[in-house]
Design a protein around this ligand. Structure first.
Ligand SMILES: Nc1ncnc2c1ncn2[C@@H]1O[C@H](COP(=O)(O)OP(=O)(O)OP(=O)(O)O)[C@@H](O)[C@H]1O
Ligand SMILES: [Mg+2]
Length: 382
């Protein structure tokens, strides 16, 4: 039933989130709301035409969150996709938007209280599901990996030895699934809050960030958190395999506003280039072109299985409320509209009957390594 509702809604969903004003924004606030980015109802947002402020551009999405929406409000709508991953689908959730618009806040958030973001909240939901389904005879194995794509290079955020940089490559299996060589994969119990918090904190500490004029802790890379789940029911001879990819993108930025120089200016060029590859991929999918340029960036190549055919995708477009950002906000909204036009086809659920000799082993690592859209070669296991 859940999947029928999801299918009717389409396999690509787009949410927009307007962040609140911050003290550093340096703009006048009118009644706590942005005079530039207005939202009405739960699904519409409008920005003035930068060339003619008496006109405005209006956009509709599956959901629009205003500046007062909290982390839990965003999660409530996202939780449907987490359920899809638990049901055996390949799900990919992106946090997109210009620099400083709240992508990392949405995805990772801060601390373990109300400000915690989607990654810990998704894991909590999965943990509750696990407890409930175990009572019905299901056994779960779950693993996570966390990587960043920095200047078109893959980096393992969970690697044991910080000094031992490894060159990671994306390999494609005969079934199209991606494998990242030598990536650390951690077996995880989503109900082990200490372990979950430690993984998120470690990745956040290692992620490439820098201070720019637009954001004191600007992400200089795309991060991809992947959870692979395998659920086995011995009595029913069933195995369900689902994957959840949570992607916090680096923000698009204009060098004249971020004032990034030297190495950070190079990063900006790499970030903008790979974001435009993502735009090209969604444009090609939306226009049903025969060729989709997945190979043009590491990000799109890695996530190709989730973005084509059998995946389910949700794009959260984060927006700054400031007047100075209106041109970038308009760009983000136009991109979001393109994504909104995309159809990925009918998502495929990974559920199979197992004969006793091929039944998924209780060894969690072996079972779920076969499962993910982003699966890996494991050299080290923690
Ligand atoms: N909804 C929100 N409520 C409160 N603070 C927010 C919200 N969204 C963003 N912020 C704050 O705004 C600042 C910038 O947010 P964040 O770092 O998430 O931006 P970003 O989109 O990830 O930028 P970049 O592309 O540079 O990495 C942070 O201090 C963050 O805490
Ligand atoms: Mg960020």
């Amino acid at each position: 039933m859940h999947n029928i509702i999801q299918e009717l809604r389409g396999n690509v969903r787009v949410f927009a989130r307007i962040r609140p004003f911050l003290p550093d924004d340096g703009e006048q606030i009118v009644n706590g709301e942005s005079p530039s980015v207005t939202h009405f109802g739960d699904e519409q947002v409008a920005v003035p035409n930068p060339n003619n402020p008496s006109q405005r551009h209006e956009f509709s999405f599956d959901r629009v969150f205003g500046p007062s929406a909290g982390q839990e409000d965003v999660f409530e709508d996202v939780s449907e996709l987490v359920q899809s991953a638990l049901d055996g689908y390949n799900v990919c959730l992106f946090s997109y938007g210009q620099t400083g618009s709240g992508k990392t806040h949405t995805m990772q958030g801060a601390g373990s209280g109300v400000m915690r973001g989607l990654i810990p909240r998704c894991l909590e939901q999965i943990g509750l599901h696990k407890i409930a389904e175990e009572k019905d005879g299901w056994e779960f194995s779950m693993e996570v990996s966390f990587l960043e794509i920095y200047n078109e290079t893959l980096k393992d955020l969970l690697r044991v030895n910080m000094n031992q940089e490894c060159k990671h490559e994306i390999k494609v299996g005969t079934d199209g699934r991606r494998t990242v060589t030598d990536l650390t994969v951690k077996v995880i119990d989503p109900n082990d809050r200490v372990a979950v918090d430690a993984i998120i904190a470690l990745a956040a500490k290692r992620r490439s960030t820098a201070s720019t004029d637009m954001n004191a802790t600007s992400s200089r890379s795309h991060s991809v958190f992947t959870l692979s789940m395998t659920a086995t029911h011995v009595v029913r001879n069933q195995v369900v395999r689902g994957t959840l990819n949570l992607v916090d993108l680096a923000g698009s930025e204009r060098l004249d506003r971020s004032n990034a120089t030297g190495q950070h200016a190079k990063e900006t060029v790499a970030i903008n280039k790979s974001l435009s590859s993502l735009v090209d991929v969604f444009t090609a999918i939306g226009q049903k072109q025969s060729h989709v340029p997945f190979r043009n960036s590491k990000l799109t190549y890695l996530l190709q299985p989730a973005l084509s055919g059998d995946g389910k995708t949700c794009m959260i477009v984060n927006l700054s409320p400031t007047e100075a950002s209106v041109p970038e906000t308009l760009c983000s909204l136009r991109f979001a509209s393109k994504v909104n036009l995309c159809e990925l086809g009918k998502a495929k659920r990974s559920i199979e009957e197992v004969r006793s000799e091929t039944r998924a082993p209780s060894n969690a690592a072996t079972a779920s390594l076969k499962s993910g859209a982003v699966s890996r070669n494991v050299k080290r296991k923690l």
